[in-house]
Design a binder for this molecule. Sequence first.
Ligand code: NDP
Length: 333
Amino acid sequence: TREVHLARRPDGMPVKDDFRMVTTSLEAPGPGQILVRNILMSVDPYMRVRMAKLPSYPHWELDQVMDGSAIGVVERSEHPELPVGAVVSHRLGWREHAVLDARRAGPVRHVTGIPLAAHLGVLGMAGFTAYIGLTRIGAFAPGESLYVSGAAGAVGNVVGQIARILGAGRVVGSAGTPAKVAYLVDELGFDGAFDYHVESLSDCVAANVPDGIDVYFDNVGGVHLQAALDSMNPHGRVVVCGAIGEYNALREQPGPSNLIYVLTKRLRMEGFTIREHMSAYPAFVAQATTWLLDGQLRSTDTVVWGLGSAVDAFRDLLVGRNIGKMLVRLSED
Ligand code: NDP
């Protein structure tokens, strides 16, 4: 079986030589363990941060297999609750097979009409992050206007869709290509969207949200945050979800020079990490499953095939070649 190791810490944009494909022999599961053949694995922006060695953020060791969310099927079991054939989600991605304690895996409930990939995207951490960020951190209320950056990505597209479902006054998103902008408006029902490759981001945000922003969901940081602050309404909320504009940067990126608006507009700006909200996850899955089944919410993903393409998929994610959740398929269901 094969797994992907971190060979060295990337300097800026990761390159192929930062990783190594390693073939190992399969272990047999011990008592209480299961052997899983992985079907799908997730690649996520936070993985770029794990590849570096930063204070107060867990890093990956060199010459070790990386990890991340995955879904697979149990092929051998030493635990009665997860028998052979069970489909499970777990944290040992970046490998074709995983041996793990059964208590570190959760069963994936099959629901007719919902593809397996949705469990790593709209029903997984991406969708949950969107939901918690919008409702709990952003305290989004019906009738309010929402602006989300990184809007065509895994988290961003769900933020906009849930805001619509909750009765938003206006939903606007920004993304990096005209095709993504069209997708947001034509397929996902955003009221407005624009390509952020413009001369003045601030003017573009203002033109798209003429009545101002009540909740800004920030996936990008830097100049995107600055542009949004210019258009925030009094008592607006800024949800600091991510700063993808900074993850690959070789030097520090300029920050907003207009933070005075947090004071003058009495804004609330709050960051969060989804791992601190896991107790709300089952309720979210139940709610989002209902929305998916009645057609209010759509699952969007970009899937590439094979562990040998996982590094490319990760690199593609960082430069925006995905619409929705970026996934790697490792085997058939
Ligand atoms: P995405 O699916 O959104 O993929 C990343 C996207 O970022 C790309 O598709 C690309 O789209 C965009 N991007 C890349 N570089 C830049 C740049 N320099 N400026 C603007 N956009 C850029 O990933 P996720 O949905 O998984 O994650 C979105 C954000 O949410 C990330 O910042 C991530 O770290 C964060 N996050 C935070 C969590 C938390 O607990 N707080 C949990 C999960 C995610 P484009 O073509 O539009 O440029």
